[in-house]
Design a protein around this ligand. Structure first.
Ligand code: COA
Length: 423
């Protein structure tokens, strides 16, 4: 049994933010029925393709464990199918541009008429306000949510981060809202609307920076690289690789850095292990020297302290440094490349990196469920081909008889029947 067994999700999502949310719900056991436009489907099926005419990794890695039905939502009979699905499902998830669902005739009022128990969950770029009608992609959200202005080095432009905090981050927020709404429905019997705006999701993940904005009013941010020599303006500056927490940290070179762009380690000068740090790097006098002995005294000297520690890390590979530092409980982390992560056997063993077989693509790697539950195991299965389950859903979920299915096909509302690779 899985945690969300019995929950039916009408998945009207596309691109990344929505699909991450519904993929997670599928891993938790929900039956996720992905509705796609006939012929083309989710636009990501064809984006960033590495193999011609085969669903892209962009699509396959965001749509595991789902079923696909193709329905033209603007066709009268397509709308009929959608309305039947709304009556049958527990949750509708969508991340269309603002107003698109209303233009399909699926207003919240109509959805409630069809199924008062339905939870309707949406990702939008912005919440109510001046930008609510805007279309938004990942990096727009990173910029509007405070991430870009606080990422990068002080002497460079704002930077976006590789972690998809706007899309996948918001998908996670939405999934939590959906699960909570389903729980509340157990008491009230009613569904509700759940909204996760990408700007809000990014800001939630950037809350330490809003913390720093308020600290700034009371003086310079002493753990930032701008302290003590640089200038602070009236907004939180970019902090380079400084830690966002109370324990100063930085990225340091390791052996091989001249040729390997990832031969680096993140090193944290955690106060309780300062003695061990001084001993490991060979600076025992720092333990008693008033310039180094206490955390506050170290703050204006962080640059030279990290430069000295780097002299030590440069004599070790990142893995050797990791091993030695961890022997002393000194928090640190190797900068792992995606190649190293893909090859990491311990991530394979836990199901965090999974190999999946696909009928037209063959084997590919995907990221499995990062949430591990003791009584709800995740088995990652491949993404569906476009419309692969159209007939199955009409027959088994909507209980349509063969004549009705044939007549809907004839109407053109479902597009052409998909073909498997072997056909
Ligand atoms: N049958 C018929 N039409 C369909 C359909 C189907 N099964 N599925 C979608 N469509 C139509 C929609 O009705 C819409 O038509 P309309 O504009 O005439 O009403 C159209 O497809 C396009 O939808 P839209 O969401 O506007 O796609 P887009 O490619 O122009 O914009 C985004 C993409 C991501 C910018 C936009 O969807 C968005 O801002 N979403 C919210 C924020 C978000 O999730 N962004 C992150 C994406 S990772």
């Amino acid at each position: 049994m899985k945690a969300l067994e019995g929950v039916k999700i009408l998945d009207f999502t596309h691109v990344q933010s929505g699909p991450t949310c519904t993929q997670l719900l599928a891993w938790l056991g929900a039956d996720v029925i992905k509705v796609e436009r006939p012929g083309e489907g989710d636009i990501t099926r064809g984006q960033l393709r590495d193999i011609p005419d085969v669903d892209s990794l962009y699509f396959t890695m965001l749509n595991s464990n789902k079923r696909s039905i193709t329905v033209d939502s603007k066709h009268a009979q397509g709308k009929e199918v959608l309305e039947s699905l709304i009556q049958t499902c527990d949750v509708l998830v969508e991340n269309f541009a603002p107003g698109a669902l209303d233009r399909m005739g699926l207003t919240w009022e109509r959805i409630q008429e069809l199924n008062p128990r339905m939870v309707m969950a949406s990702v939008k770029g912005f919440g109510p306000g001046p930008y609510e009608d805007c279309k938004v992609y990942e990096n727009v959200a990173q910029c509007a949510g405070g991430s870009a202005s606080t990422t990068g080095f002080d002497d460079g432009p704002p930077l976006v981060t590789g972690a998809q905090i706007g899309d996948s981050g918001t998908g996670l927020h939405l999934a939590l809202g959906i699960v909570a709404a389903l729980y509340q429905r157990n008491t009230t019997g009613r569904g509700q609307k759940v909204l996760a705006a990408m700007q809000d999701g990014v800001l939630n993940l950037c809350r330490v920076k809003l913390r720093d904005q308020q600290r700034l009013a009371h003086g310079p941010l002493r753990e930032f690289p701008q302290f003590p020599d640089g200038e602070f303006g009236d907004a939180v500056p970019r902090a380079g690789n400084a830690s966002g927490g109370g324990q100063p940290g930085w990225i340091l070179k390791c052996k091989g850095w001249e040729s390997d762009p990832n031969a680096y380690i993140y090193f944290i000068t955690q106060a309780p292990v300062w003695k061990a740090i001084c001993e490991v790097i060979g600076e025992p006098t720092w333990l008693t020297d008033p310039d180094y002995a206490k955390p506050a005294a170290r703050l204006p000297r962080l640059k030279s302290i990290f430069a000295r520690i780097e002299q030590w890390t440069m004599t070790k590979t990142k893995f050797e440094a990791m091993e030695e530092l961890n022997r002393h409980d000194i928090p640190c982390g190797p900068i792992l490349s995606m190649k190293e992560i893909a090859e990491d056997q311990s991530l394979r063993a836990t199901g965090t990196v999974v190999e999946v077989d696909h009928p037209t693509r063959g084997k590919y790697l995907t990221v499995g469920n990062p949430i591990k539950m003791s009584d709800s195991a995740t088995e990652v299965t491949r993404s569906p081909l476009l419309g692969e389950h159209t007939d199955e859903i009409l027959r088994d979920v909507l209980r349509y008889d063969p004549d009705r299915i044939a007549s809907i096909h004839q109407s053109g509302a479902l597009g052409v029947k998909p073909r498997m690779a072997a056909e």
